[in-house]
Design a protein around this ligand. Structure first.
Ligand SMILES: Cc1ncc(C[n+]2csc(CCOP(=O)(O)OP(=O)(O)O)c2C)c(N)n1
Ligand SMILES: [Mg+2]
Length: 578
């Protein structure tokens, strides 16, 4: 090589070293803030970004549909208290991710949806650009905050704002719009490095007022029939030891909401899970910790809550949550960890025992219900009913309390929630506030990635269908996930008939489908299980091996009920009854 050529090459290399660009600044900003995993689907304008992020050591998990990547990011946020990141292409990919963003916001999970977008000048003049859409405007009503970055020098601030918005106060979804042009924008590397922001104390503690804490304890102390309700906000807080200490010091029966199961073991002597209707009806003071009085708790009023007057104490980070449905006599506003530790401290060392007659009433009811259920869980019928199949899964989770249980469906969800006891915090992931179908494979994948623990996904056959293609993703990344499909040939039941024509009824699927074959198509293990014994063997094998497995569990098509436990929410036609 001649000296002249060498000198030109060196000069070019020096010049390049002094430059950075949008691609690298985004990667550096994420890494600086300990965001090391991205869930997404590639395409214009983010394909190269994904490659570069992977090359720079970020784990980039490529899905088959953005909605599933979004659900993965949302639950990653819930499990880690860091925003889960979902990366999509413009318009259609963005829209596919948007359901997950809205779901994250509704469930208070920190998540950032990052979408590439088209040329601003063309989009704003509506001149028909490639995948033209005003994504920022569309995302805004569905998330906590939405930002767009136009200049490479603002990437650091843009990502810092997105992170802070997602995790501070009540967590939720954030949208970050990155136009295609931004990725290739160059700037001086030193100035670029300086423009990055490491977010300090992203979710600052919010300490409750001492007077609010005292008021809450005075109300709790006055109770004759107290109850504590734990919501997934309490599980999110990762204040597990203090929450357990508070519940145990009070001696008060506690009721875990679905994803709060395991915060204290469901087998704990104070757990009122199996006496739910009794405690809701008969309690006189209810302390809610990170739980909301929405439809899942019948809005805190009506038949479910009985006739006796009730006083509500509510612990929540969001002041607007108070009085949302009924009067809250003792609001305690702050982050759950700070509130629970303040309550514990103020309870002192001689907190009175919970009223013994009430504790006895609750535990007797619970024992009665558990005893009633026990024989139903031991049947070995073939085809299986829900109870026989769930009876064996219940034992498997008892023997493997570290495993993560993902659960969706109608009957498959409601019955599994009631039957499968959880023993550790944040081990049960499910459909959340909306009762959304489709979270299954995304949650299972993120749970395996974020925790490294084995995952058991218990899925209705309809529920599974919403994210079923991600079994390829599970096989590709060789994740320790065992999917069990409760195959009853349909939605709620597989027995409906269309009396008016030859099309199948809207709630039924192909009878006798073999979902296990789907897994085999991608090199995973597929099993067809027709009895609880077979199911038990197959699940244990999968959990031991850690190999991607899908078990088609054949359930009696007549076993379920319409809409599982929430059939009462279906509107009724007067005409139908004529
Ligand atoms: C996104 C979304 N679409 C539709 C529904 C309505 N839905 C509720 S449960 C359910 C499926 C229930 O069937 P399956 O998963 O097979 O459970 P099964 O009751 O049969 O055990 C559907 C479609 C929903 N909750 N979410
Ligand atoms: Mg079904």
């Amino acid at each position: 090589m001649s000296a002249a050529v060498q000198s030109i090459e060196t000069k070019t290399a020096d010049a390049e070293q002094e430059l950075t660009d949008g691609f690298h600044l985004i990667i550096d900003a994420l890494k600086l803030n300990d965001i090391n995993t991205i869930y997404g689907v590639p395409g214009i304008p983010i394909t190269d970004f994904g490659r570069m992020a992977q090359a720079e050591g970020i784990r980039v998990l490529s899905f088959r549909h953005e909605q599933n990547a979004g659900y993965a990011a949302a639950i990653a946020g819930y499990l880690t208290k860091k925003p889960g990141v979902c990366l999509t292409v413009s318009a259609p990919g963005f829209l596919n991710g948007l359901t997950a963003l809205a779901h994250a916001t509704t469930n208070c999970f920190p998540m950032i949806l990052i979408s590439g977008s088209s040329e601003r000048e063309i989009v704003d003049l509506q001149q028909g650009d490639y995948e033209e859409m005003d994504q920022l405007a569309i995302a805004k009503p569905l998330c906590k905050a939405a930002f767009r970055v136009l200049h490479a020098a603002d990437i650091g601030i843009g990502i810092a704002r997105a992170i802070r918005a997602a995790v501070s106060g009540r967590p939720g979804g954030v949208y970050l719009d990155l136009p295609a042009k931004l990725f290739g924008q160059v700037m001086n590397a030193q100035a670029g490095a300086k423009s990055l922001v490491k977010v300090i104390d992203a979710a600052p503690a919010q300490i409750p007022a001492a007077a609010a804490v005292k008021r809450a304890l005075d109300v709790l102390k006055s109770a004759k029939r107290p109850l504590i309700i734990l919501g997934k906000g309490a599980a999110y807080a990762q204040a597990d030891d203090d929450i357990r200490a508070l519940v145990e010091k009070s001696g008060v029966p506690f009721l875990p909401m679905s994803m709060a199961k395991g915060l204290l073991p469901d087998t704990h002597t104070q757990c009122a899970g199996a006496a739910r209707s009794t405690v809701l009806k008969e309690s006189d003071v209810v302390m809610m910790i990170g739980a909301r009085l929405n439809w899942l708790l019948s809005h805190g009023k009506g038949k479910t809550w009985g006739d006796a007057p009730k006083k509500f104490i509510q612990i929540d980070i969001e002041p607007k949550e108070m009085d949302s449905n009924v009067e809250i006599v003792a609001p305690v506003v702050g982050d759950i960890g700070s509130c629970v530790s303040a309550l514990l401290a103020a309870m002192g060392s001689n907190w009175p025992a919970a009223p013994a007659d009430w504790v006895k009433t609750v535990s007797s009811k619970r024992e009665e219900n558990v005893a009633k259920m026990a024989p139903r869980l031991m049947n070995n019928n073939s085809p299986m009913d829900y109870h026989g199949a769930l009876g064996v899964l219940r034992i498997i989770i008892k023997e493997r309390p570290d495993a993560i249980l993902v659960n969706e469906g109608a009957n498959t969800l409601d019955l599994a929630r009631g039957i499968i006891d959880m023993y550790k915090p944040r081990k049960r992931l499910d459909v959340g506030t909306w009762g959304i179908m489709g979270i299954g494979m995304g949650q299972a994948i993120a749970a395996a990635i974020e925790t490294g623990k084995p995952v058991l996904a218990v899925e209705g056959d309809s529920a599974f269908g919403f994210s079923g293609m991600e079994v390829e993703t599970i096989c590709r990344y060789k994740l320790p996930i065992c999917v069990v499909i409760f195959n009853n040939n349909g939605i709620y039941r597989g027995t409906d008939v269309n009396k008016a024509g030859s099309d199948p009824a809207p709630t039924v699927f192909v009878a006798g489908a073999r979902y296990d074959k789907m897994m085999e198509a991608f090199g995973g293990i597929g099993v067809n299980a027709t009895s609880p014994d077979e199911l038990k063997r197959a699940v244990n094998e999968a959990m031991d091996s850690g190999k991607p497995t899908l078990i088609n569990a054949v359930i009696d098509p007549a076993a379920g009920s319409e809409s599982g436990r929430i059939g009462n929410l279906n509107p009724q036609s007067v005409l139908k009854k004529k």
